[in-house]
Design a protein around this ligand. Structure first.
Ligand code: FAD
Length: 383
């Protein structure tokens, strides 16, 4: 009997590993190779921004070592290895280590990369960002017994790190150009409620200006210059100004790319033998860089790859912001509506309506218990 053509997956994040787990339940035999630029350890990325407050080290976050993953799912896993080129015509790909591999079907689960803010200064190379466990390890080692952290960005990741670092005893200053926090996810009043609770925890905010420079200061410290003329001292600077899907490999292979790698409801790219999943994929125009959508999509793709073509259906999936000082759950509306906000202090329920239809919501503090009520009312993400 001839061996079936191998499945190759590029990546070892939650998208890749969820797919492998689901697919192996249905196809125990087809040869499987994973190629990953990192160490291949299985971990849950959301835990990176909650670890310090819980006293967890980067190693504590490993849920499954790479050898165990390889054994459990009968996979060959090439770690610390980069795919540098994909050739759809010959169905091969090129590795940075020189080797070329053939695939029958290929899945891109290459994730996203942190956007680099345009900065000047002689210590720009000291600005850190965290988008995987090894980044967190570098940040953790850099922190050691240092105390002052300046965070750039007031989105989900910036706010979660502000909370986590402050609760672990660090002095945190957060700089962002917006007037409030989590803009784009929640209405202003909810962002202000979160801000007040983080301030109570000791976080200092500089909202309005941008960081323009990072320079070497006295001894080991850094000087952070803002566009309003202010200067802050820091031991560590953490940039969390946004993520951008990794599309370079796909684009160079001639695949259709928009904000991310374009795929249909079957996670199929413009090449019928190549699929994309997770933070790197744009599914029917939606780029949802969160865990729930990718797990849901991985289950569909596992079936499709096993021979039962299964489209993605995305129900309404809320975004949980892991800021224990003021927990937030949001389902941002798509399209214009009117917000109605009820409650006081940190405990708010904001509901967005278009006519009579509820199209989005944002809950904070003890009002997060209304999650399921509002979730039932909103439209699904992808019917
Ligand atoms: P990744 O985990 O980024 O994996 C990409 C993989 O591709 C990596 O293994 C990488 O090594 C590999 N790779 C890339 N390019 C190449 C190449 N050329 N060759 C070989 N390998 C390559 N979402 C939530 O829903 N809830 C949360 O609470 C939450 N918290 C978060 C907190 C933080 C700090 C961060 C950064 C994100 C958070 N997210 C959260 C988002 C969520 O974690 C991501 O959507 C998800 O982990 C993305 O998984 P992925 O597998 O698509 O990408």
């Amino acid at each position: 009997s001839t061996q079936p053509a191998p499945l190759i997956i590029v990546g070892s994040g939650l998208a890749a590993y969820t797919l492998v787990r689901e697919w192996r339940k249905q196809d125990p035999d087809t040869p499987l190779t994973l190629i990953t630029a990192d160490d291949g350890a299985g971990y849950s990325k959301p835990m990176l921004s909650n670890a310090l407050g819980k006293g967890q080290s980067p190693d504590d976050l490993i849920q499954m070592p790479v050898d165990k993953v390889a054994e459990q799912y009968r996979a060959r896993i090439l770690t610390h290895t980069r795919v540098t080129h994909i050739d759809p015509t010959t169905q091969t790909l090129q590795l940075d280590k020189g080797e070329a591999l053939s695939w029958g079907r290929l899945v891109l689960a290459v994730g996203a990369e942190p956007i680099q803010a345009p900065l000047e200064g002689d210590a720009v190379d000291r600005v850190m960002s965290i988008n995987n466990r090894l980044d967190f390890q570098a940040f953790y080692e850099r922190l050691s017994d240092r105390k002052k952290v300046v965070i750039m960005g007031a989105g989900l990741i910036g706010c979660e790190y502000a909370n986590d670092l402050a609760s672990a005893g660090y002095q945190v200053e957060l700089v962002a150009p917006s007037e409030s926090l989590l803009t784009g996810l929640v209405p202003e009043q909810v962002g202000q409620a979160l801000k007040a609770e983080l301030e109570a925890l000791g976080v200092r905010f500089h909202l309005g200006p941008l960081v323009s420079r990072v320079d070497r200061g006295e001894a080991d410290s850094l000087t952070v210059s803002l566009t309003n003329g202010q200067q802050l001292k820091a031991d560590v600077v953490l940039s969390a100004v946004g993520l951008r899907a990794k599309v370079d490999l796909a684009r160079a292979a001639g695949l259709e790319v928009n904000r991310a790698i374009k795929v249909d409801k079957y996670l199929q790219t413009s090449n019928p033998n190549i699929y994309a999943l997770g933070d790197c994929a744009e599914v029917e125009g939606l780029v949802l860089q969160f865990v729930m959508p990718l797990m849901n999509a991985a289950r569909s793709l596992a079936k499709t790859l096993a021979g039962e073509r299964t489209p993605v259906h995305w129900p309404a999936m809320p975004i949980t912001v892991k800021t224990p000082a003021c927990p937030v759950i949001a389902y941002p509306p798509r399209g214009d509506g009117a917000w109605q906000i009820d409650g006081e202090g940190a405990n708010l329920a904001a509901v967005c309506r278009q006519g009579d239809a509820v199209i989005g919501f944002a809950l904070s503090g003890d009002r997060i218990k209304e999650r399921n009520t509002w979730l039932k009312a909103v439209p699904p993400l992808l019917a």
